[in-house]
Design a protein around this ligand. Structure first.
Ligand code: SIN
Length: 543
């Protein structure tokens, strides 16, 4: 069978003679979602874990605050469920949230037994509280929780003979035939190789790098939704991009996150005149859900001309800082004395709430393709994610995907296909510059305050960029990454134009109110169908 990929095609390149590697399962991404999936797969399956740069270049690696689970005797999955639903602002898929809050505690107990170490006080878990939580339920390992979990998973997986790690391995194309995944064309240290597997798990994280201001690592370029969309899968709720309110205001990239846990310990937010900005705005004040705080910041920026805000930790006793050694030392390096200085903060892109639509087993709309973690839309986050539910989602759904793949008696991949990809020889696009422009356009026009006119401007830029990219295709990571960023930017912008209301993390100044009658639905999109609204249950299905 010979098939030409119809869109974003590369000219004059045939995969007929490309080196082929066979696996049972191919996992893209080495954050908690990808690693947990691998962790729960049996030794009888040959598994490849591909990540595009280094192991440390993931959101998990830099995750500070922690992982939420109802492990306190005062707490229960029901209360965690209610808090998650409240943050999700009417769009959570309740069945998916149930799975998260009920299976989360079991997974974490399992991990602790096996050696993951979370902070304790007098032999009890030291649970912290973050925005939107009504009880302390965040397990943490100092302010480097993600690193502790990734360390544990990596050392476990490194000792297993069935697991193969591929660094500098970029997945360029998913090859799908008859709505079924066949293989992935990967660039392994820039050389094309065909990875054939019966299942692929996309766990590539978010897309914070689409915005000039972000907390996300360099790897967060929206590869997951873009790859899946190009392959024909359903994508969901991309307009809901979460911006974090307390990110150190400086010109580093990514910018330094100042975890919400600091506000859990009593840090307060002030404006330039010293006023507390959340007084009288929300009953949880500085611990209101983060979209509420960001919205308040946007209002003060517009009405009072504030450029940034100030996190006040001056009243912290030294022993409070023992929970935040990394932040303390980073602030010190940058010249801040936390006993005397106010810390300037402003919002930055932080978390992709939507993504590749899945069912309760991580199955997407295409057979053989799974999605897990930030890149997936399982429905647990609705219109806005509750703090510290993201690491939990990767862990809980990673296991469910592994269990499903293990139990499925399914096809052996047909390796006798041939795809002719087409590559243009003369490339004139400056990918670096194009990306830079995209980040600024997205930040200015599709950031935490949006309106129809700005969004339309962003869309025109994205369409022009995509045409240039399609006319100058090449087989390189630079090309594919830039293409993915433009496709993902377009998915975000089109959904944001489509949703003419404000809800959760999506705030339109031209439609400032929530409109339950018309928009208490998910925004779905498929390459073959375009955008459409979908009822809650209907949106989250698998093949
Ligand atoms: C934070 O620590 O404030 C971020 C945690 C999260 O995004 O869940």
């Amino acid at each position: 069978m010979i098939k030409i990929l119809q869109e974003y095609i590369l000219k004059h390149f045939s995969i007929l003679n490309v080196q082929r590697e066979n696996f049972d399962v191919l996992i893209i991404g080495a954050g908690i979602a990808g690693l947990s999936t691998a962790f729960y797969l049996p030794d009888s399956l040959k598994v490849a874990i591909c990540y595009k740069s280094s192991f440390e270049d993931s959101s998990t690696w830099i995750a500070q605050g922690g992982i939420a689970a109802s492990l306190s005797p005062l707490d229960s999955p029901d209360v965690h469920f209610e808090d998650t639903i409240a943050a999700g602002d009417g769009l959570c898929y309740e069945d998916a949230v149930r799975v998260l809050v009920e299976e989360g505690p079991e997974r974490l107990k399992e991990f602790m037994k096996l050696g993951v170490s979370f902070d304790t006080v007098d032999d009890y878990l030291d649970l912290s509280i973050e925005g939107g939580h009504t009880l302390p339920r965040i397990l943490h390992a100092g302010d480097r929780t993600g690193r502790e979990i990734a360390r544990f998973l990596k050392s476990n997986l490194r000792g297993r003979k069935n697991i193969f790690f591929f660094e500098n391995c970029f997945v360029g194309e998913l090859i799908v035939d008859d709505d079924e995944f066949k293989a992935a064309l990967v660039l392994l240290k820039n050389k094309p190789v065909l990875f054939i597997a019966r299942a692929i798990v996309i766990a590539t994280g978010g897309a914070g790098q689409l915005f000039s201001q972000t907390t996300n690592p360099l790897s967060a370029t929206g590869d997951g939704p873009a790859l899946a969309f190009r392959a024909g899968a359903r994508i969901c709720n991309m307009e809901f991009y979460q911006f974090h309110p307390t990110v150190l205001m400086d010109n580093t990239s990514p910018r330094l996150l100042l975890t919400e846990a600091l506000r859990g310990y009593g840090a307060r937010l002030r404006d330039s005149k010293g006023n507390l900005i959340m007084e009288g705005v929300h009953p949880l004040r500085d611990l209101a859900p983060r979209h509420v705080i960001v919205k308040r910041m946007a209002q003060l920026m517009k009405e009072e001309g504030e450029k940034c805000f100030f996190l006040d930790t001056r009243h912290f006793k030294e022993d409070m800082w023992k929970n935040f050694p990394f932040i303390k030392s980073e602030l010190k390096k940058r010249g801040y004395n936390t006993e005397t200085d106010l810390i300037p903060v402003s919002p930055a892109s932080h978390f992709m709430v939507g993504g590749i639509n899945t069912d309760l087993f991580g199955k997407t709309s295409i057979r053989g393709i799974f999605a897990c973690g930030e890149t997936a839309a399982t429905g647990v986050h609705g219109a806005n994610r509750l703090a510290s539910n993201s690491l939990l989602e990767g862990l809980v759904y990673g296991k469910r995907i592994a269990d499903f793949i293990t139990s499925e008696e399914r096809f052996v991949s047909d390796a006798r296909f041939e795809y002719r990809l087409e590559v243009k020889s003369s490339v004139t696009v400056d990918f670096y510059n194009l990306r830079k422009q995209l980040k600024e356009v997205m930040w200015q026009n599709a950031g935490f305050v949006r309106n129809g006119e700005d969004l339309q401007r962003a869309l025109e830029f994205l369409n022009e960029g995509l045409t240039r990219l399609q006319n100058n295709a090449q087989l390189s990571r630079e090309y594919y990454e830039c293409l993915n960023m433009f496709i993902c930017g377009k998915l975000i912008t089109e959904s944001a134009i489509f949703r003419k209301e404000s809800r959760g993390a999506h705030f339109r100044e031209d439609y400032p109110l929530k409109d339950d009658i018309n928009y208490k639905k998910n925004t779905c999109t498929e390459k073959s169908r375009g955008l459409f609204l979908c009822d809650l249950k209907e949106a989250f299905y698998g093949w």
